[in-house]
Design a protein around this ligand. Structure first.
Ligand SMILES: [Zn+2]
Length: 187
């Protein structure tokens, strides 16, 4: 597995006292989740960000994304911001948990003008989720997709957000239990 991104580059504006590495060090996408992100990215051809919830499992510092959600009818889609439809996400989460025990482990969204790096607004959203004791997040996986150069061929980057930090982590396509390759380009 290899990615073009260096291992765990700390975001400069978040650099601080680092006492431990990220709780999630790799993100694997199942083909089904990969297909949804690849398809849903095309919504951003209208000039607004899109995205959805990420559901799956975390084991041995590897997050396996089994379900990537679509935005849902109540999502907030703006040129520089996305917030998924909460009720829609909760239904997807309920269905996935019933099916295979998948839990909410993060979110994905597109960036139109900005680099595929969590924005200050994204980080504030993740910080609120991390601070909610009822949600019990140790870390949040964030996948950010950008046109490459068109939306029918996006490129995606994975981040793990924990404490007040965010780190880039390798993103790979997996089968159910075996990591095969490392496509940063979603085709
Ligand atoms: Zn963003």
């Amino acid at each position: 597995m290899a990615g073009r991104l260096p291992a765990y580059p700390w975001l400069p504006h978040l650099r601080g006292t680092v006492t431990a590495g990220p709780p999630i060090r790799q993100v694997h996408l199942t083909p089904a989740a990969h297909a949804v992100i690849g398809r849903e990215c095309r919504r951003s051809e209208d000039g607004d960000e899109t995205g959805g919830i990420l559901l799956g499992h975390v084991h041995d510092a590897v997050a396996e994304i089994r379900v990537a959600g679509d935005p849902g009818p109540g999502a907030v889609r703006q040129p520089d911001f996305f917030l998924r439809d909460l009720g829609h996400a909760q239904q997807l989460a309920h269905d996935a948990f019933t099916r295979d025990g998948s839990i909410w482990i993060g979110e994905w969204h597109t960036h139109l003008a900005a680099a595929p790096v969590p924005s200050e607004r994204d980080l504030a959203t993740y910080a609120r989720l991390l601070a909610d004791p009822e949600l019990g997040f140790e870390a949040i996986v964030s996948i950010i997709a950008v046109a490459n150069p068109q939306w029918d061929r996006p490129a995606a980057y994975a981040w793990t957000c924990f404490g007040n930090q965010a780190a880039a982590v390798p993103l790979a396509l997996s089968t159910d239990d075996h990591c095969m390759t490392a496509p940063e380009e979603l085709r």
